[in-house]
Write a protein that binds this ligand. Sequence first.
Ligand code: NAD
Length: 346
Amino acid sequence: MKFGVLEGNGIGPEITKATQHVLEATGLPIEWVHIPIAEEAIEKYGHPLPQETVKAIREVKVAVKGPLLVDKMQGRLTCVHDDGTEHTYPSLNNAIRRELQLFVNPRPVRGIPNISGKYEKLDVVIMREITEDVYIGWEHKIGRHAAQAIKLTTREAATRVAKYSFEYARQNKRKKVTCFHKANVLNFTDGLFLECFREVAQNYPDIESDDFMIDAACYTVVKNPEKFDVIVAANQYGDIFSDLSAGLAGSLGLGAGANIGEYASTFEACHGAAPDIAGKGCANPVALILSGALMLRHVGQTEKGANIEKCVREVLSEGKFRTPDLGGTASTMQLADEIAKKVSKC
Ligand code: NAD
């Protein structure tokens, strides 16, 4: 069983190592394929995302990916394809998703007993569209004192993410799918996103559906965390709402994620490279471990994935091993090792 691994930077290498340790504890015959990215890829191929890396991910089809530091002002990146065509992206992460044609970023966030308090019953799966919206990167300056960005919504992408979400709800026995938008102001873009969602919803009469303005949704999840189930959102709303949800559950270090495409999929945490704690060995590895569990589910190892999820919840609920973001003193590897020990006994 071959899995790619892109370590990333910041806390990436630490939490990737922890995740590999837990996945290996399942007893599956895993062969890791190390794929260079960022500085390592620059050193080897002269580019942070060379075509060699894109092809290696496509070849292995599924990969665990650590977070990547993205310089705020110089994030734009041009990828040159073998046929000479080129494409410029707003960031390295955005480039990976779009070079691989990944289209949906499911981000499950679930409250944990003894950790999440009022948000223990929070249990949402945010289906974030990742090919367009304001993250398409069509931005430009207008002189020195103004700048403009374009928000793109297409019927094709909005319909695809809505269908994926309803199918997911059906397969995973989820009851409701909610669309987040701001169609009262963004009449055409979010209006089209909502229109496509409603069209798709008609084909799933067995699943309840509704919609919320994104601002009201943020308020509602804080006041009434059980209100939402599966959520469909455009790129930016989904990005922001998933960090909010992870924070309510207890830490950004709890938010797992996947980037799903037709030809390849990557599995990465909601959070970033956390430069403030990088190298200290105290990052919470749970978000990436849970992303690894999603990867096992994705390749059909549903029981092994579910076991990891169960063991993570048990270890964190017991409270003896928690990283500092959750009020504990455990190191990244101590927490991972405790989870791995439980997983190996499942
Ligand atoms: P961040 O998510 O890295 O960190 C926000 C806060 O949460 C920090 O205080 C950090 O210490 C904490 N945190 C995050 N993950 C944690 C974990 N696993 N355990 C404990 N604490 C954790 O967001 P940021 O600081 O805005 O971004 C840092 C860098 O990461 C930026 O360069 C940004 O562009 C990049 N980023 C990358 C990704 C990705 O690779 N998918 C996603 C978001 C941000």
